[in-house]
Design a binder for this molecule. Structure first.
Ligand code: FAD
Ligand code: NAI
Length: 466
């Protein structure tokens, strides 16, 4: 008999949640993690540290500008070392939490690189080279993702950084060039801009946040522009000269043309992430991967090798912590013989800038492409009482509903607390809500969420405050 029912490789949001759910279901469970702390990218170098710095830098900027308008006179003084310590404490608290949950659920943990070592076996190679073999009925691979590299631009994590280095800069760069106008570029670009850097974003495509609705991208770019962000769209970085004290970034039009040089103290490479499969022994085990290096699974997270499952960033779909978590739960329940389901039509996505950008479901562009007839309801925060009094009026709510059935197909919010507000419409979509259902739901006054109700009313052309 195998020692374990399930062995999970990787302790990120996918892996640790899968392990806990397995244990709850009575399965004897082990976790293999090669990093010194649990929690994966998200807790150690992703979601959690970036949100700590976004929170602190937002308050710093507000104290410098917004407070005075409210009659609060303060002169904020920046202590970067202390801000980084604040972030590190937050990370430590979170990773310790995972440790606690493993113990509470009687999950065994192994330190080292896990690899598939034949039918029902996982090999764990510790940093000192010692090897252990685990016998297991099932293996869940939750090895996550890694930074995508740009050919010709070498990341040293000091002056040319990935998100990981951008979370530990010990002083504010005078000038920062961000390669990639996606989530990481805009979140971490916001952190350092708020703290005093002049930030230029170089984006290959003709819009920032490419997966978002075009109207969202456009308006959000305007808002960030007012905050001081500079953008070079439809442009590509062809090299970074690191020989001098100041970095020289070569930029040319995406379609080719004259090269321009931009000077920078720090360059942040944020052009996406790639699945991480190094050291797993996938080829030897015969586990199939797709053309983008992701582990191939069926709709139930099964790889082509019996007893080996995969979830999270290492498989297809959005690289988001909550997507990995929901797959972790579903995979555990499938192993236990249950019939769970993850609804990929209702996975919210949030950019934690100021204002936040949050969306769920399809964009207008996708609906047009899919040939779906729809109605649009839009409501700006300039017409929301709470936003007005708080002077946080940048942004809007946009609801897309099926023209015939009124069913909500997509919701897009640019605005303060958009990330919290997207929860209500995600729940609505899970229950198959019509825009009319949201419009007839009583929303507390005065709250920002009234903008959602008004946008739902606007779908039927009857918004009250506009
Ligand atoms: P990971 O979290 O990457 O965990 C994989 C784990 O597996 C790691 O601990 C790794 O060490 C371990 N591992 C890999 N191979 C092996 C092996 N062979 N043996 C043993 N261990 C192994 N998502 C959000 O939803 N919200 C956010 O706000 C957000 N912010 C982010 C900010 C940044 C800067 C970054 C980089 C990412 C952010 N993400 C965010 C994305 C999020 O971090 C990922 O989607 C999520 O961590 C994926 O979870 P996972 O479990 O699939 O993999
Ligand atoms: P991203 O995919 O969000 O954005 C990358 C951007 O770089 C895109 O706009 C792309 O067009 C552009 N790009 C690609 N190649 C380029 C080039 N050569 N030159 C210029 N621009 C180029 O990837 P990002 O920002 O690196 O983040 C990786 C992933 O991490 C995200 O997709 C997301 O899944 C996750 N993440 C999620 C967060 C959240 O949920 N709040 C926060 C941070 C990361």
């Amino acid at each position: 008999m195998a020692a374990y029912d399930v062995t999970v490789i990787g302790s990120g949001p996918g892996g640790y949640v899968a392990a806990i759910r397995c244990a709850q279901l009575g399965l004897k469970t082990a976790v293999v993690e090669k990093w010194p702390t649990f929690g994966g990218t998200c807790l150690n170098v992703g979601c959690i540290p970036s949100k700590a710095l976004l929170h602190a830098s937002e308050l710093y900027e507000e104290a410098g500008h917004g407070f005075a308008d409210m009659g609060i006179a303060v002169e904020p003084k920046l202590d970067v070392a202390k801000m980084l310590a604040f972030k590190d404490e937050g990370v430590a608290g979170n990773v310790k939490g995972v440790d606690f949950l493993f113990k509470k659920n009687k999950i065994d943990t192994f330190r080292g690189t896990g690899s598939i070592a034949g039918q029902g076996k996982v090999k764990v190679t510790a940093e000192d080279g010692s090897v252990q073999e685990i016998e297991t009925r099932n293996t869940i691979i939750a090895s996550g993702s890694d930074v995508a590299r740009l050919p010709g631009v070498e990341i040293d994590e000091k002056r040319v950084v990935s998100s990981t280095g951008a979370l530990t800069l010990d002083q504010v760069p005078g000038k920062m060039v961000v390669i990639g106008g996606g989530v990481i570029g805009l979140e971490l670009g916001s952190v350092w801009r708020r703290l005093g850097a002049e930030v230029t974003v170089v984006e290959f495509l003709d819009k920032i946040l490419p997966p978002e609705d075009n109207e969202v991208s456009k308006q959000f770019q305007r808002i960030l522009g007012k905050q001081g962000f500079k953008f070079k769209l439809s442009s590509k970085v062809t090299g970074v000269d690191t020989s001098g004290k100041t970095l020289k970034v070569s930029v040319e039009p995406a379609k080719g043309g004259d090269t321009e040089t931009i000077e920078a103290d720090v360059v942040l490479v944020a052009i996406g992430r790639v699945p991480y499969t190094k050291g797993l022994g996938l080829e030897e085990a015969g586990i199939a991967m797709d053309e983008r290096g992701r582990i191939k699974t069926d709709d139930h997270y099964r790889t082509n090798v019996p007893g080996v499952w995969a979830i999270g960033d290492v498989i297809t779909g959005p690289m988001l912590a909550h997507k990995a978590e929901d797959e972790g739960v579903a995979c555990a329940e499938l192993i236990a013989g249950q019939k769970p389901h993850v609804n990929y039509e209702a996975i919210p996505s949030v950019v934690y800038t100021y204002p936040e950008v949050a969306s769920v479901g399809r964009t207008e562009e996708q609906l047009k492409k899919d040939g779906v007839a729809y109605n649009v309801g839009k409501f700006p925060f300039t017409a929301n009482g709470r936003a007005k009094v708080n002077r946080t009026t940048d942004g809007f709510v946009k609801i897309l509903a099926d023209k015939t059935t009124d069913r909500v197909l997509g919701v897009h919010i640019v605005g303060p607390d958009a990330g919290t507000m997207i929860g209500e419409v995600t729940l609505g979509m899970e229950f198959g809500a019509a825009a009319e259902d949201i419009a007839r739901t009583c929303h507390a006054h005065p709250t920002l969420s009234e903008a959602i109700k008004e946008a739902a009313l606007a779908v039927a052309n009857r918004a009250i405050h506009m």
